[in-house]
Ligand binder design. Structure first.
Ligand SMILES: [Zn+2]
Length: 165
């Protein structure tokens, strides 16, 4: 792999380490050209996914974008980077397993909400607020109403605030 710092053609793998769930391998690489180190991550891709947006535009599925939105949701919450990786892997696996190459952007949003709800209530509400705001502001108001009039969030992740009837 080419060095991202100096463009040197050959870099050396110094260390390979599988992730906790065994779904990815991290490789520490060293560039003999500029002596910088960087990490590459190898993971299984079962199929190429295309996201169909609500305005019917089609874009290639972007795993990094998904990971970024999960990271934003869990910011300053007790959720490790390892856990974020597992959440994202789980969502991607779920989308790939649907058997369809075309996936609705809504499907992704719902999958992220499902995953976050089990991990951290605050992260879930953050993501849901942004996501549902984009979709329909009224939905989110109804959803908040179910959380309780005082606006306080439950401190645990029990489904006390389950927005489903
Ligand atoms: Zn280099």
């Amino acid at each position: 792999m080419r060095c991202p710092f100096c463009g040197h053609e050959e870099t050396q793998v110094k260390d390979s380490r599988p992730s906790e769930d065994g779904m990815t391998i991290r490789r520490r690489r060293f560039c003999p050209g500029c002596t910088q180190r960087f990490t590459t991550i190898e993971r299984v891709q079962l199929r190429e996914l295309t996201v169909v947006k609500s305005d019917t535009r089609r874009v290639p599925f972007d795993r990094d974008k998904l990971a970024r939105s999960v990271r934003v949701a869990v910011r300053k919450r007790p959720v490790s980077e390892e856990r974020v990786e597992r959440i994202v892997n789980g969502i991607v696996r779920q989308l790939e397993a649907s058997g369809e190459s075309d996936i609705d952007s809504k499907q992704i949003g719902e999958a992220v909400m499902e995953a976050l709800r089990e991990v951290d209530e605050v992260a879930y509400v953050r993501f849901a607020s942004v996501y549902r705001n984009f979709r329909e502001a009224k939905d989110f108001e109804a959803f908040l109403g179910k959380l309780g009039e005082d606006g306080e969030l439950p401190s645990d992740t029990k489904p006390a605030a389950d927005p489903k009837p």
